[in-house]
Design a binder for this molecule. Structure first.
Ligand SMILES: [Zn+2]
Length: 498
């Protein structure tokens, strides 16, 4: 991942032997005619392939974890900015290569929806407002961008906006590159081949871990699906140097109505942002609530915070809340349970405050490289501070102690979720903080995902002879070690172990 982005840019610049600007209207009209874009108001395409979960790699040198997608249907209404993305996901490699959501037993059905300014997920028979995507962009921005990352969507965005065109000769082939910025201020570039077909659309966004990031969709194998409406039979999307989607399109329907309305629960304006209030679960141990929590632990003259989820705005709110409840104690360390972006996207804010990032030793080179990427799209506090972040690598375990508190960080190696899983143990309080090994299910009869990883975690706790009563999962409600063991035992037999 490290050098992919700058390298790709360098190659593109060297290979473009001639570049000249021209009016975008003529090439856009030709491109629209080539795929019949003018007649398309809505489009539904379906097929099969693989998808990959961005930001959930097994380790810093692995691609995003891959899943088989036996069925996927995307419906878009370009006139109303409506999107419905439904996919079925199943375990791919066996034995699993590891990473978030691995190993997956059976099929996971996933529906993402967007209607204008509302984004939500359809889960079973219910719905839940969607806040951030896996790449930590807002769900509305991420899903709206997906509409423009289709050939017809790109042409429509370029026709509606102030597009400019340039012609490049790349390795002897003439390409027309059309650039436009959408009303949401998302920059898009589409590459037309010599038949005026959109062969690639690229966009850029700020990722809290990786910095300025390119997201690209490549289209090939165009076919006439319905009276002059051409659509690619293969779509490959990549971001952060690795694929995130590889879809073979088998069916395309044009202008079928897409009935998708944001449910009233999603339309409600969010309850006026209530201030984040840390909750003490034991003297000096504070939980900062959220979809992913942070836990603040008081020492005599400083604090240690466990996990920095999502992004800088989340970290700023968490740090502010902590400073209010526990004044006059600086955050000296931030412990990163593992490198997945929902747990690490906010780390840089703590580093900007001067906290040392405590992570598995194997992650340090990865963060140093990723954090050195350019951050021009959305410079964060660390980028602006010019500060060199301090890291401390965990190998095995590390005890933090003063006369008030003892806290032990353990690496539990061999967990499929991530190579550098850390758990945090407070021996006196018999509290264990863990991420993603056990997220208590809302429905007790429903097996949680990746039971193999939960069983591995329980074994690690036993092997270390940790005396644990309360478990603080970074996601989900508080629980106990007894419940974790009971769930592992109950569902162990129902899920594949390899
Ligand atoms: Zn994770």
């Amino acid at each position: 991942m490290k050098t992919t982005v700058p390298l790709v840019c360098a190659i593109a610049i060297l290979a473009a032997t001639t570049v000249r600007s021209q009016d975008a209207r003529a090439p856009l009209a030709a491109a629209a005619a080539a795929i019949g874009a003018g007649n398309v108001r809505s489009l539904q395409f379906s097929g099969w392939g693989s998808d990959y979960i961005f930001g959930q790699a097994y380790d810093g040198s692995s691609p995003w974890p891959r899943f088989n997608v036996p069925g996927m249907t995307i419906a878009i209404d370009y006139t109303t900015s409506t999107l419905r993305d439904e996919r079925r996901r199943a375990q791919s490699e066996s034995p699993p290569l590891g990473g978030g959501f691995q190993p997956l037993t059976g099929e996971l059905r996933q529906i993402w929806a967007l209607s204008g300014p509302y984004a939500w997920d359809i889960v079973g028979s219910g719905t839940a407002a969607a806040a951030v995507e896996r790449d930590m962009r807002s769900a509305v921005e991420g899903r709206t961008t997906q509409i423009w990352l289709t050939p017809h969507g790109f042409i429509k965005a370029a026709l509606a906006g102030d597009a400019i065109a340039r012609v490049e000769t790349v390795r002897g082939a003439r390409k027309t590159v059309i650039a436009v910025t959408t009303p949401m201020k998302v920059k898009l570039e589409g590459v037309l081949n010599d038949q005026n077909l959109v062969e690639r659309v690229e966009t850029w966004y700020a990722n809290p871990v990786l910095g300025d990031m390119k997201l690209e969709a490549a289209f090939s194998g165009y076919k006439d699906f319905a009276g002059g409406v051409k659509f690619p039979t293969r779509i490959v999307q990549r971001s952060g140097g690795y694929p995130i989607l590889d879809l073979t399109v088998t069916d395309v329907t044009v202008n079928a109505p897409i009935a998708l309305e944001a449910p009233s629960s999603v339309r409600q304006p969010p309850a006026t942002a209530t201030a984040l209030v840390p909750e003490s679960i034991s003297p000096g141990i504070w939980i900062v609530p959220g979809g992913a929590k942070s836990v603040a632990v008081e020492f005599r003259d400083h604090l240690i915070v466990v996990d920095a989820p999502e992004n800088e705005s989340r970290s700023v709110a968490v740090i502010e809340a902590i400073k209010k409840s526990i004044p006059a104690k600086p955050i000296r360390y931030v412990i990163n349970t593992h490198s997945h972006f929902d747990h690490s996207g906010g780390l840089r804010t703590y580093a900007a405050e001067g906290a040392t990032v405590v992570t598995h030793a194997g992650n340090i080179a990865y963060y140093q490289q990723a954090w050195a990427n350019p951050r021009t799209i959305n410079p964060d506090r660390l980028a602006k501070s010019g500060r060199t972040p301090a890291f401390e690598g965990i190998v095995g375990s590390r005890t933090f102690r003063d006369d008030a508190r003892e806290l032990v960080v353990y690496h539990y190696a061999g967990n499929m979720h991530n190579a550098g899983m850390l758990m945090v143990y407070l021996p006196k309080e018999r509290i264990l903080i863990e991420a993603d090994s056990f997220t208590p299910p809302a429905n007790l009869n429903e097996p949680p995902t990746a039971i193999a990883n939960l069983a591995h975690f329980c074994d690690a706790v036993d092997r270390l002879r940790l005396d644990v009563e309360q478990v603080v999962p970074i996601h989900g409600r508080l629980t106990t070690m007894d419940e974790a063991r009971a769930v592992a035992d109950r569902f162990k037999a129902t899920q594949i172990f390899r």
